[in-house]
Design a binder for this molecule. Structure first.
Ligand code: MTE
Length: 312
């Protein structure tokens, strides 16, 4: 028997009520208008049926939002240094003009201007949990579009099995790039099936504004069920390949960081437990959940892969 479970995308329009509209229409419009102005979207894209950027309520976070100040001032971004306080340095990374190259096993390699790309996708807001491998976590509202939409635009060939996400390499503003023991540029990757999963998201907004440079602006990828290091920032290239990529952290320390990096409280990092996590902005520690609580969306991706180190 086939069991049909309603997916978030199937919610009627009326059921999608962005929280900022509930909080107050003026504030909601202000946030959305700010984001849209910042993103440079054309008037036609500004309102989709009157709701500027609707929140997709399918991914309810089940815990309080992290204060914006915390989420935007405690960052990991090794191109700007190994400390958490990189926001002012990252602020030097130009956010426009910005192009993304789609290359490798695609029908036609292309370079897309980010603003042109944004006219071709439909934006939504998602409040997602983020779990860093270092055992801190946050819950923040991202604006963006499903990675699957970009895959369709890229038109990969049947030979494509993996996707590689490459961060920009801007030596003029990224002092970390001079640290030659790191395998720059920052690259991360996933399987085609993971890229097509509805949870894989490309974010261009955070708290209703353009993603700040320190959080990966102008565009970053999100894998909310994986440790945060998989979510590469400031994407300049997206490559389709038939070979499993070895990414930044895996090259540096393969015994500690792997390809899959799915969150699992029962599989410790070689140097610390992953059983709990500290919520940014509070001293509260909460239990970590398998797949960061997104198992219903992603667990099927890993059936039959028992020989793989799925949680490292
Ligand atoms: N992307 C790049 N290019 N460089 C980085 O150092 N750090 C990763 C990930 N993406 C990183 C990156 C890690 S370890 C985490 S936990 C998240 O970004 C942190 O995202 P945040 O600063 O927005 O919280």
């Amino acid at each position: 028997m086939m069991i049909h479970r309603a997916r978030g995308w199937e919610l009627p329009e009326t059921a999608v009520t962005p929280e900022n509209w509930v909080l107050g229409r003026r504030r909601g419009l202000g946030l959305a208008a700010g984001l849209i102005a910042g993103l440079g979207l054309p008037a036609a894209a500004r309102s989709q049926g009157g709701a500027p950027v609707a929140r997709n309520e399918r991914f309810t976070p089940g815990r309080a939002l992290t204060p914006e100040r915390e989420a935007t001032s405690y960052n990991n971004y090794y191109e700007f240094g190994s400390g958490k306080n990189v926001s002012s340095a990252a602020g030097r990374l130009p956010q426009r003009p910005w192009t993304i190259r789609l290359e490798g096993l695609v029908e036609k390699p292309q370079e897309l201007d980010l603003d042109d790309l944004l006219k071709r996708v439909s934006l939504e807001e998602r409040v997602l949990r983020h779990r860093c491998v270092e055992a801190w976590a946050m819950t923040v509202p991202w604006t963006g579009f499903p990675m699957a939409d970009l895959v369709r635009l890229a038109a990969p060939t049947a030979a494509a099995k993996f996707v590689v996400f490459e961060t920009v390499r801007d030596t003029a503003v990224m002092p970390g790039l001079r640290q030659s023991w790191y395998p720059w540029p920052y690259t991360e990757g996933c399987t085609m099936a993971e890229a097509m999963n509805e949870l894989c998201f490309l974010a261009v907004g955070l708290y209703g504004k353009p993603v700040p440079p320190q959080n990966g602006g102008p565009i970053r990828v999100l894998f909310p069920w994986k440790y945060g290091f998989k979510s590469g920032k400031a994407l300049a290239r997206i490559r389709f390949t038939d070979t499993r990529p070895v990414s930044f952290w895996e090259k540096l320390q393969p015994s500690e960081y792997g390809f899959w990096a799915n969150v699992n409280p029962e599989v410790s990092h070689p140097r610390w437990s992953q059983a709990t996590e500290r919520l940014l902005g509070s001293n509260e520690r909460v239990p970590t959940r398998i797949y960061n609580g997104y198992g219903e969306f992603v667990a099927d991706l890993y059936r039959g892969l028992d020989g793989e180190k799925l949680f490292l």
